[in-house]
Design a protein around this ligand. Structure first.
Ligand code: ZN
Length: 228
């Protein structure tokens, strides 16, 4: 049976986001994975063993809420799909999950340096702090379980000695958080080589969080809004 127009559009969107992740050095070779909720019972997810830069819509897998294939399209779901399912289980407001290995974010994750400096309005408003979820062996439940304590308060995480995870109300939202996370990591890294960043005062941070709440009304969770 041919996919519905909605499903086909989501398949194409997954491929477009995959290309962008690959081109922006957020996943070498076959690294990274993307999923999107299709309806209450089904999800679309990127296939295992395929570069995210070279996916075609027919390669995208349809799975159920347990990660089992609903339709055998000739590809298998990502080995990290359990991490995605874990996010959906804990966050009913989430409809898309992106896992990637963005270069600067991953350097922070392997050096044990969470992103805590408040240095740019955009990253403070969108992300706040980005903690590091403790290391878990890929494709085991250790990795999803390591994220649990952060899921209620954060929409983007570093994964210790591994990479990063972001999620949102739709795929664009999840994807842009990944881009914003890596830009934030890059700025913090470069600033550290250049004498260190100037940080916002608490009063400035409070003003930015007020903007997030009242002006921008952003969906999702934020550590300075939901974590205190
Ligand atoms: Zn990974």
């Amino acid at each position: 049976m041919a996919p519905s127009s909605t499903e086909q559009a989501l398949r194409e969107q997954i491929c477009a986001v995959g290309q962008r992740l690959y081109q922006r050095e957020m996943g070498a070779a076959n690294d990274g994975n993307i999923s999107v909720r299709l309806d209450d019972d089904r999800l679309l997810c990127s296939p295992t063993g395929v570069s995210k830069g070279f996916m075609t819509p027919d390669m995208i897998c349809v799975i159920d809420n347990e990660g089992e294939l609903v339709v055998d399209g000739g590809t298998r779901p990502s080995s990290e799909i359990r991490m995605h399912l874990h996010v959906y289980q804990h966050r009913p407001d989430i409809n898309a999950v992106v896992h990637a290995h963005p270069l600067y974010a991953t350097v922070h994750a392997i050096c044990g340096k969470p992103l805590v400096q408040q240095v740019m309005p955009e990253s403070t408003i969108l992300l706040g702090e980005v903690p590091i979820a403790p290391y878990g062996t890929p494709s085991t439940m250790d990795l999803p379980n390591s994220t649990t304590e952060y899921l209620a308060t954060h929409d983007a995480l570093l994964l210790e000695n591994h990479g990063a995870l972001s999620y949102g109300a739709d795929l664009n939202n999840a994807h842009f958080k990944m881009e914003a996370l890596d830009y934030y990591a890059k700025v913090v890294y470069l600033a550290s080589q250049y004498g260190g960043a100037q940080e916002f005062s608490q009063a400035e941070i409070d003003k930015l969080i007020e903007l997030r709440k009242t002006r921008f009304k952003l969906p999702g969770r934020h550590p300075f809004v939901d974590g205190r």
